[in-house]
Design a protein around this ligand. Sequence first.
Ligand code: HEM
Ligand code: HEM
Length: 173
Amino acid sequence: MINDSKQRYGSVSKFLHWGMALLVIWQLLKFGDRITEGEHWVGQTLVPFHISIGSLILVLIVVRLFWAASQRGQRPEQDPAMATLVKAGHGLLYLGLFLMPVTGMLFMVGNGYGVSAFGVDIFAKGDEIAWAATLGQLHSPLAWALTALIVGHIGMALIHHFVKRDDTLKRML
Ligand code: HEM
Ligand code: HEM
């Protein structure tokens, strides 16, 4: 089933969720640059794709927002006692996935490096732009906040599955 239903997420939502989860975790490996300045296997093989994958995430989050809007009213329902909190949590995850690539690009453009993804120039190298560089400094604090949110999100998914023993995780699998 392509579309979502009240009982479970459909194939498009699942593909976007798990595909992007993988890409986001890949992106978080960039924290590894803090260990011996990235001079290790992860830093040399996976992290060099940071800008390309980050740019792909920006495209995917826009697709995902349109998809989520098209599925409104036919997605699995939340426990009414927790619904507002769950919606806020998922909303913040969406916001994080949007702001991460945007601030990453502001960092690069602001410092005059330009942005190219998968070998295609998106923004050319040029002069430094002070306001963009300043906003780009939010990239790292936002990465920490997103990481905390993701840890909480995964923790809740596991609590639903192993402690509450409900079908919250199953409907996304
Ligand atoms: C969802 C997408 C993204 C995530 C989750 C992400 C995550 C991260 C993380 C975890 C760090 C390390 C921060 C630290 O050690 O404090 C980082 C650094 C960095 N990211 Fe991203 N990133 C994303 C997208 C992008 C994009 C699209 C670009 C550029 C176009 C970019 C450019 C950078 C740069 C230049 C740094 C180094 C910043 C510095 O040295 O202060 N990122 N990112
Ligand atoms: C790592 C990055 C992740 C992000 C950014 C993320 C984001 C999201 C978002 C935005 C939703 C709301 C539904 C949607 O729009 O697709 C969602 C739902 C869900 N996620 Fe994640 N997720 C991540 C990883 C995980 C992992 C690793 C698990 C499992 C351990 C998980 C389990 C779930 C479950 C079970 C739901 C459905 C919740 C419900 O219907 O109440 N997620 N996720």
